[in-house]
Design a protein around this ligand. Structure first.
Ligand code: DQA
Length: 148
């Protein structure tokens, strides 16, 4: 299918270590495996993806700001910044694009500091606990939302 739109996939801190990082919680697939899943899922629905991972909050803010005018929607796993970052939440509000928040693990079944998300109020959907498949669901949802 011809790709007619772009989605931005944003990965927060420590997700570059996926595959070896706490595999009992986050699984054994790498970030590149996840990016490939996003690419193929998006391509089948007519979207290209840009993928960005950073361990730095300001870099993530810059990336989200740059999505304005270049992407139609954002899939984001803000990782630990989910629970701490007003700056990332403000950037998402500022660009005013549809957002799907993804977590590999079920954050609500973990420590209480993981139960609150600054990002969720800016998200059309939140997917937690579905592992890598959560990214597929996120891309499918975003594509459907954008083309409905
Ligand atoms: C995570 C959950 C966060 O609490 C944690 O800090 C992460 C990953 C997840 O995908 O399950 O780094 O966002």
């Amino acid at each position: 299918m011809t790709e007619t739109g772009r989605l931005l996939i944003v990965h927060g801190p420590n997700l570059n270590l996926l595959g070896t990082r706490e595999p009992g919680i986050y699984g054994t697939q790498s970030l590149e495996d996840i990016n490939e899943l996003c690419r193929t899922t998006a391509a089948a629905r007519g979207f290209a993806v840009d993928t960005v991972q950073s361990n730095h909050e300001g870099q993530l803010v810059d990336t989200i700001q740059a999505a304005h005018g270049t992407a139609e929607g954002i899939v984001i796993n803000p990782a630990a910044y989910t629970h701490t970052s007003v700056a990332i939440a403000d950037a998402l509000a500022a660009v005013n694009l549809p957002v799907v928040e993804v977590h590999l693990s079920n954050v609500h079944a973990r420590e209480s500091f993981r139960h609150h998300s600054y990002v969720s109020p800016h998200a059309s959907a939140v997917i937690a606990g579905a592992g890598v498949a959560g990214y597929r669901f996120a891309v499918e949802h975003l594509a459907a939302l954008l083309r409905s």
